[in-house]
Design a protein around this ligand. Structure first.
Ligand code: HEC
Length: 146
């Protein structure tokens, strides 16, 4: 007689715990949740979102989260799935430092490996984590190339 009650009680505690987990939007994403975006995230967090996240300086729509990146993808020209050369977000990282519009702006380095990561991610369709928007937070200072 006592057992079912105990079982029901522990089940409801469990479901409260699960519900709390799902509604906590700030919990850090697991690697599995990020999928192939896992390698792109540190590039954007160390080179871009200082200016293109919450404190954005540019007129273009912000990309401070995976949800905002999805909007850029929907607008095509910023992020053209499968076509890095047609994606503004990729074009700007391939411009020479002294060219107007080069990103990160003059002097802020982005290395060849990071450019390749962005390129391959867009070429593979720019997949983003599904289910919830994951915030991209600036990592460290922007490193200068000169
Ligand atoms: C130091 C601040 C800063 C950083 C870091 C930065 N940007 Fe920008 N970005 C700007 C500003 C300011 C503009 C708008 C003025 C301009 O176009 O030069 C801009 C504009 C852009 C544009 C639109 C430009 C166009 O010509 O259409 C894109 C795309 C862009 N940034 C992508 C990036 C990417 C990708 C990174 C990271 C690799 C990055 N930015 C890093 C400040 C920054």
């Amino acid at each position: 007689m006592h057992r079912p009650t105990l079982l029901r009680a522990s089940l409801s505690i469990l479901s409260i715990a699960v519900a709390t987990q799902c509604t906590n939007l700030d919990h850090p994403p697991e690697k599995a949740e990020l999928g192939s975006f896992a390698s792109v995230r540190p590039v954007l967090e160390s080179k871009c979102v200082h200016c293109h996240g919450e404190n954005r300086l540019a007129n273009m729509p912000p990309f401070g989260s995976t949800g905002e990146l999805a909007k850029l993808k929907a607008e095509a020209m910023w992020l053209v799935a499968g076509k890095p050369e047609r994606s503004r977000l990729y074009q700007v990282v391939t411009l020479k430092d002294e060219q107007p519009g080069a990103m990160p702006p003059t002097g802020h380095a982005i290395d060849a490996e990071q450019v390749t990561i962005l390129r391959e991610w867009i070429a593979s369709g720019a997949p983003l984590p599904e289910g919830r928007s994951i915030a991209l937070k600036p990592r460290g200072e922007l490193v200068r190339s000169n």
